[in-house]
Write a protein that binds this ligand. Structure first.
Ligand SMILES: NC(=O)c1ccc[n+]([C@@H]2O[C@H](COP(=O)([O-])OP(=O)(O)OC[C@H]3O[C@@H](n4cnc5c(N)ncnc54)[C@H](OP(=O)(O)O)[C@@H]3O)[C@@H](O)[C@H]2O)c1
Length: 296
């Protein structure tokens, strides 16, 4: 039943499914321990092989370790570090080393596949020690791919420095700053790209402007663009828009509901949007862009 495309994650040698599981919502208080276990296992049973989490996502890393460590060969494990180690200053060499070690313990595994510096500011990147720490972890066999997670100028610096083989950045119909130039540069350099927030937080579900920082901006952009979904469900339009952009390896949709995950999978197997619809969405963004920045 799985006709989900699998793609090379840049030049890293990893293969990832075009739809990944964004495990941020595993920290949602409405997700019980049993539900978390069912969700994670079902996602893997459906053939999805990319699980994305972060040190900052509360219970998420722990729950991944508890419920799916026994089938570690079934998934590419992506996490993010840089902060939150008691007694260690954030964004230091020691904090990255300790963050990687803590993730290995929490997720009960011997090696992490992709480790991102999670929204690391540009001045910290330029200091270099946090990147060296990731590289040292890779040399020690604790991780496979040193990656950067972020947007805008810091992302450009991260790409240009040539020390990251993977990137995670916001890409959706409401977040098009990387389309097509930055995606083209990353593709040419063999950098694997994960699209975060690929369905713009599904802001169309709200009847009024949402409160969240990103969601409120996405809502304003979505309203301003005045798109015609041409009969498609908004989530389907959004997901198929992002998932087939040249240079995007995988879209990590966040959900706490298995039914939504199944729907997303079915939507994605419909393939790319019609070229005219894809272009209409890109044109609408360019036309209404009021110095919109990538939402980190
Ligand atoms: N690196 C970073 O700094 C960073 C930042 C943000 C996110 N992320 C990663 O990206 C992932 C996704 O981000 P996100 O969750 O903020 O944004 P998103 O994937 O664009 O949107 C998620 C929202 O869409 C809803 N949704 C998903 N599928 C749906 C469907 N079929 N029908 C209706 N609603 C649906 C979810 O609600 P339900 O729970 O009700 O399905 C959730 O509220 C995260 O889990 C995380 O892994 C990374």
């Amino acid at each position: 039943m799985n006709s989900l495309p699998t793609r090379a994650f840049g030049a890293t040698g990893l293969q990832v499914t075009a739809l990944g599981f964004g495990a941020m919502h595993l920290n949602d208080a409405r997700v019980s321990e049993d539900d978390a276990g069912r969700l994670l296992n079902e996602v893997l049973d459906l053939g999805v092989n990319l699980i994305d989490t972060a040190r900052g996502y509360g219970l998420s890393e722990e729950r991944i370790g508890r419920h799916i460590a026994h089938r570690r060969s079934d998934y590419v494990l992506s996490t993010k570090v840089g902060y939150g180690i008691p007694g260690v200053p954030d964004w230091t060499y020691a904090c990255i080393m300790a963050g990687v070690d803590a993730a290995l313990v929490r997720m009960r595994c011997e090696v992490l596949d992709i480790v991102h510096l999670h929204s690391c500011p540009q001045d910290v990147l330029e200091r270099g020690e946090v990147i060296t720490a990731l590289e040292d972890c890779a040399r020690a066999g604790k991780l496979r791919v040193a990656a950067y997670s972020g947007d805008n100028e810091a992302l450009d610096w991260a790409i240009a420095c040539g020390r990251f083989a993977g990137v995670q950045t916001s890409i959706s119909l409401c977040d098009q700053q990387s389309i097509p130039q930055r995606l083209g540069v990353m593709q040419a350099r063999g950098i694997g790209v994960i699209a975060k927030r690929p369905v713009a937080g599904s802001v169309w579900r709200s009847t009024t402007r949402p409160d969240g920082h990103c969601e409120s901006h996405y809502w304003d952009r979505w309203q301003a663009m005045g798109l015609d979904p041409q009969g498609l469900d908004w989530n389907e339009l959004a997901l198929r828009f992002t998932a087939f952009l040249p240079g995007v390896a995988s879209c990590i949709v966040g959900t706490s509901r298995l039914a939504h995950f199944r729907q997303n999978m079915a939507m994605l197997t419909q393939g790319p949007l019609k070229p005219s619809l894809q272009q209409q969405i890109e044109q609408a963004f360019l036309q209404h862009d009021e110095h919109w920045v990538g939402m980190t």
